[in-house]
Design a protein around this ligand. Structure first.
Ligand code: ATP
Length: 334
């Protein structure tokens, strides 16, 4: 009797359509009251509609407030701004949240990774303000503002408080970028003071990278400006078994777009080789968000069962299974 929830579904480019098809199969197997409104974005959208970000896609997201999005390609060398960046800016999706948790059955150097990165998503070097001083000199602006810093840091602490997390770590380079990252760090300390029950620490980004590789178990919630978040989240995917596993969401208080951290992987596109797990785990985050936590758990258990009890895995995890065969095995265990 639950109301049907409509989700904007973006198949994307490269491996996007292949992994989307498999994730949709898994969701359909659960028979939840969800329907998909299929829209295009990126290279495919450009070819089909003449626009990288069709108005119909924006309207659909505006109406549904929720999207599941596969990776999209921005054509290079034609002066286009990244569609992913544009989409985040169009809806002011200021928080990019990426949980990296060790997955049972995936052998890595570490066992107890369970960290979650809150990446500021609207400013820093991503404002794309570069200028030519002369032929051999280019400058890029790194913008840090109080409102943008405040809301992402607040979101990280709110999450920590709501999920019984013990520690929030701020990552920055305030020793060099004294004003810009200095402001971010100062706001972090102000907000941390409002959450005395949560341990607050900060690390310079280079040290944070070293610590994450040496002792990733020590990290819990992490919050940082845009560029460090981009780099450290790829690093964190390496800790748990690679880009094929890491899910994420871009959101604000009204709209949430769930998407894998990885790109469209043109090197393996169209070959039925891609690992659908990152998009599937993004779909699980979406189910949690929609109040279908039980369904998300069922998918997670089936995933762990395939990885622990069978040799079935995609090539990125050292196996030989196709995208479809891997999903077949998972659906059989739901
Ligand atoms: P972007 O700039 O959009 O991040 P990219 O080409 O730098 O794109 P990805 O597309 O994420 O990065 O690909 C990086 C590497 O990881 C590629 O070798 C790709 O094949 C691999 N990869 C990414 N996603 C997956 C996946 N789901 N399954 C298997 N391999 C993947």
């Amino acid at each position: 009797s639950a109301m049907t929830q409509t989700i904007t579904l973006i198949e994307g480019d490269g491996i996007g359509p292949e992994i989307t098809a498999q994730v949709v199969r898994v969701l359909q197997a659960l028979q939840l009251p969800l329907t998909f409104d299929r829209q295009t974005l990126g290279q495919t959208a450009l070819e089909q509609t003449g626009s990288l970000i069709p108005e119909a896609t924006l309207q659909s997201i505006r109406k549904n407030h929720i999207a599941l999005k596969a990776p999209c390609t921005t054509p290079v060398g034609q002066g286009f701004r990244s569609v992913n960046v544009q989409l985040r800016l169009a809806f002011d999706l200021y928080a990019n949240i990426r949980p990296a948790r060790s997955l049972e059955g995936v052998k890595t150097r570490y066992e107890n990774v369970d960290l979650i990165i809150f990446r500021e998503n609207t400013e820093d070097l991503y404002i794309g303000e570069e200028r030519k001083i002369d032929e051999d000199t280019i400058e890029a602006i790194k913008r840090i503002t109080r409102p943008a810093s405040q809301r992402i840091i607040q979101a990280a602490f709110e999450y920590a408080a709501a999920h019984q997390r013990k520690k929030v770590t701020c990552v920055h380079k305030a020793n060099i970028l004294k004003q810009s990252d200095g402001l971010f760090l100062r706001i972090f300390r102000e907000i941390a003071a409002q959450y005395p029950q949560i341990e607050a620490t900060d690390l310079i980004v280079d040290n944070a990278c070293m610590q994450m590789v040496m002792h990733p178990e020590q990290f819990d919630v992490m919050v940082m400006p845009n560029l460090y978040g981009d780099i450290l989240s790829d690093l964190s995917s390496g800790l748990i078994g690679g880009l094929g596993l890491l899910p994420g969401v871009n959101r604000n208080e009204e709209i949430a777009i769930f998407e894998a951290v990885h790109g469209s992987a043109p090197d393996i596109a169209g070959k039925n080789l891609a690992n659908p797990t990152a998009l599937l785990q993004s779909a699980c985050m979406m189910l949690d968000y929609l109040g279908y936590g039980d369904a998300a758990q069922r998918i997670h258990k089936a995933l762990v069962s395939v990885l622990c009890d069978t040799p079935v895995r995609t090539r990125d995890l050292g196996g030989t299974a196709t995208t479809t065969a891997f999903t077949d095995a998972l659906i059989a265990r739901l």
